[in-house]
Design a binder for this molecule. Sequence first.
Ligand code: PLP
Length: 377
Amino acid sequence: MVQVSMKVPFGDLRRQYFAMREEIDAAVQRVFERGWFILGVEGETFERHFADYLNVKHCVGVGSGTEAIHLALRAVGVEADDEVITAANTCVPTVSGIWAAGAKPVLVDIDEQSFTLDPAKLEAAITPKTKAILPVHLYGQAADLDPILEIARHHHLKVVEDAAQAHGATYKGRKLGALGDAAAFSFYPSKNLGANGDGGAVTTNDAEIAERIARLRNYGQEKRYYHTTKGTNSRLDEVQAAILCAKLKHLDEWNVRRAAIARIYDEEIIHAAIQKPAAMAYGTHNYHLYVIRCQRRDALQEHLNQQGITTLIHYPVPIHWQKAYEDLHRGVGAYPRAESCAAQILSLPIFPELTYDEARHVAESINAFQDFKITEA
Ligand SMILES: *Cc1c(COP(=O)(O)O)cnc(C)c1O
């Protein structure tokens, strides 16, 4: 028996720091000693290394994942009042990025196996105003891109991937981030590749799109004080870029470790009321999140909380019920799969430094959950 007093955090970034303290400290020191903090050699080095890692031609560092979405949409030609189609179960930043580009988000329901945009629902959402499709590789698993790309080609639409949770995940043997016209990554600290602050990047195989992002992130200037676009300020700073260079070397081993924890959950959670996440045959999951489903989700979360296990819900309120997005409000049943997921999903602790004992404690505690609907029968 594992003792009940074991506390399992949802995440713990101190464990990552203590495991690679010398590398991080050296990276930060290097930048401070150089005395150059914005758009320099660390950013360029990281951009090249991350592009090579993904096997994509260009990577441009920006200030955050939200900004990566915003600038990628602008760079592929999205303008004010255009429509951008995305998944109804995504997190709000996806939609913030679309609004920031001046466009209107149009939501589409999801495939319940993969938790990603359902290609079969896509065509009905296309209007003369649609300019782009923004599939979200939610929880670290690819959306089914081939049918999405085919529909996009047929309707002359751009595809920007929200790859903010998808570092190192693959689709049909290829790393995500290079399959659409452009992809947006986030380096928010808890992502599979996370900075120690905010950060993001746009990746693309199109030199013109990359060049546009490079201008848009830097006040729209082509060279210093000569502005050819109405840009903004959204840059990946040198300290974060240097840290990301150090962490990128660990990304594959971290993803392997996440997959091993997922395997413990897959094998050891045995409970009639729990549905475990599907691993789609078309790709590899990077297990950014391990999301289970349970009809009595709130009771399960409370039960785990009492066992010292912290869980989260990604995400409890779908976009079309968020207060801030009244323009997108729709009633119950508008996106039934996204709605039922929001009521039933629960994210279990999963991060590279989580111990196997901690993961087993989570599995055992779930197995001990008394589901009254079942026990009373
Ligand atoms: C984290 C995240 C974002 C936003 O990234 P930030 O760096 O926090 O701005 C966008 N989309 C998804 C799916 C994310 O997980």
